[in-house]
Ligand binder design. Sequence first.
Ligand code: FAD
Ligand code: SF4
Ligand code: SF4
Length: 480
Amino acid sequence: MLFFRREGTITLSNKITAKERLQINRQRMPEQDATARAANFQEVNLGFGEQLAMLEAQRCLQCREAKCIAGCPVMVDIPRFINYVAEGNFAAAAENLLRDNALPAVTGRVCPQETQCEARCVRGQKGAPVAIGYLERFVADWARHNEGSIVTTHAPRMGRKIAIVGSGPAGLTAAGELVRVGHSVTIYEALHKPGGVLVYGIPEFRLPKKIVHDEVQRLKKTGVKIECNVIIGRTYTLQDLRQRFDAVFIANGAGLPVFMNVPGENLKGVYSANEYLTRVNLMEAYDFPKTDTPVLAGRRVATIGGGNVAMDAARTAKRVGAEQSSIGYRRTRAEMPARAEEIHHAEQEGIAFEFLVAPLEVLGNAQRWVTGLKCRRMRLGEPDESGRRSPVPIPGSEFVIECDLVIVAIGSRANPLLTATCPELKLNKWGNIEVDASGMTSLPGVFAGGDIVRGAATVILAMGDGKRAARTIDVYLKRG
Ligand code: FAD
Ligand code: SF4
Ligand code: SF4
């Protein structure tokens, strides 16, 4: 049965024409009220119900040449799974989606759809694109609650063993793909919980940890083994893994924070976003002293940066109890790399934005506690190599943001722990592992992908690397 909505009322209909599809407006994601949610850690977006999902799915024109697929790094067959949603056949939608995407409940929530699949949707040329991410989230959540209704197939085990370093999206995706084609996979994870940034970085209110846990459990049921608290480069070397396994996939991310390099950065009350978010998310510092790890709450918190990490840190600070939480960014809103939805949600929650500012010095009192952040105003100059206009300092424009906590969210880079113990592994000038077109490193049988290769990027690009590496590893092992 199909739904068709005219002017707010839902009418049931068995057939729907392209013209009628075009008349349906994009459905809005139900969300928690902004004031209420700024004081809790529950998920902001509440998800589509069945009727809303079926209605949105009917907006898809089922294009013969579906451009949206090319915008997805893991090549989800978008029109196919959406067609099943439109028909109300959620089990078939889930089976199809899970064949292409190992973590759909995650990507449905955190993918930058506006620059990936939805950017290519033809409906976006005259109006709003199909809400592919929201539909993906709906199907993935349906699958989590109706696991028994979904049929998944696996090839028989063929006795080849692969080690994966890191259990973030790149490692988990590669593991899922390799197990599916019959290999045995062990993931080694340095932290005590699997998930990478999905558990220690992205906050509960955007990506509940239960969802990451469920996705990891689903992979474990398919045969993926995960050993936590194992640091490759300390507990075992890469050489150990090469001796014990037929191939290795390195997906250890880019978890080393970059600092501002300004005076006062070592005062008490300066956190890297990485440490701040790890304390709150992974170590549940918001529940201290019931949990072991404390975090400085801060009354006036200034976060520096313009990406998802900065949005997450500033919104978390508000939830932890800050009266004022602001974000300083050296370009304008238009250049911010964060997901559009996160910037919008941050604004709704009362996060203040200072655009075109750059930090000069962290100011402190005699006890070395932070009292403010001295900044300088900027203007946009000529475009740099990335094509974005560069910020240029305005002389004499210094001013102070009064604050007692500063969170630095200006990027992260490769952690040298693993690479330093393996000098034969070729790196680029930023310390990222170099790979060839197939994803193989300078060491035969050792592949790499995700942030350790790209530098800090996105979940779906890391997953795309994981999927590609799995295919190449499979071919490499079968050909000997
Ligand atoms: P990671 O997720 O970093 O996982 C690497 C894993 O390897 C970690 O678990 C780490 O503990 C482990 N590890 C490291 N060294 C070793 C070792 N020597 N031995 C064993 N294990 C090791 N992207 C989006 O698309 N959308 C978003 O909304 C978004 N929000 C973000 C918010 C935050 C706060 C952060 C920090 C990032 C965000 N990103 C977002 C970026 C995205 O999360 C990353 O690009 C992605 O997680 C990279 O995946 P990965 O698998 O390469 O690495
Ligand atoms: Fe779009 Fe991301 Fe889903 Fe691919 S995984 S279809 S890019 S939301
Ligand atoms: Fe549907 Fe848009 Fe993809 Fe066409 S481009 S198949 S309308 S999601």
